[in-house]
Design a protein around this ligand. Sequence first.
Ligand code: G6P
Ligand code: MG
Length: 220
Amino acid sequence: MIKACIFDLDGVVVYTDQYHYQAWKKLANHMGYDLTPFENLMLKGLSRRDSLDTLLEMKGIRACENEKLMLSELKNKWYRRLLKDIDMSAVAKGAEDLIHDLRSAGMKTALASSSKNAGIVVKKLRLEGLFDVIVDGNMVSASKPDPEIFVKCAGMLKVDPNKCIVFEDAQSGIDAAKSAGMHTVAICEETSLKGADISVKTISNVSSNEIIKFNSNNQN
Ligand code: G6P
Ligand code: MG
């Protein structure tokens, strides 16, 4: 029986995935390259450094450690600039209601984001009250697809991994959750994510009843 729901932030609870994309695209343009939405899928869910390494490798760009530091700072500056204007309209439609309903049904909830900026977003949009536990990119050493972030959430919630369900919009996140031994809901608009137990287009397509039904169908 599922006891905890763990949510990714960017692209699941808030639409900030678009801002990450804009900032990475601007960085690619700055280096004389483009970054298509399809190419951006490879970056989703990864830490800032892993995303940069993936981008550089994808474009065949060589950079030394200092250049990499400068490039990731530049991307972060542009991303933070975009965050300045966010308001409640950045919260994914249906996310708050779903999380409230799950909590009312007795589920524990956690936020698991690779982003070191997750705290800023959560505070600005006053989302703290939705989660029993928040784990962000400052609290883990390995980023998704490593399972560390989800294992950490389960430990802090004191819930067995096989009683957790993870909501993710990135393949790296689905892979990380699966490696942690958890169930998964993929939120994916255009492309499909491999290996997820449930797939929906947006979080507004998930009802708490579906998750509760999933519980009774998957007694462990
Ligand atoms: C999330 C996003 C990624 C982003 C990463 C690091 O996982 O899905 O697109 O690169 O966080 O974010 P940060 O805010 O620390 O640069
Ligand atoms: Mg995401």
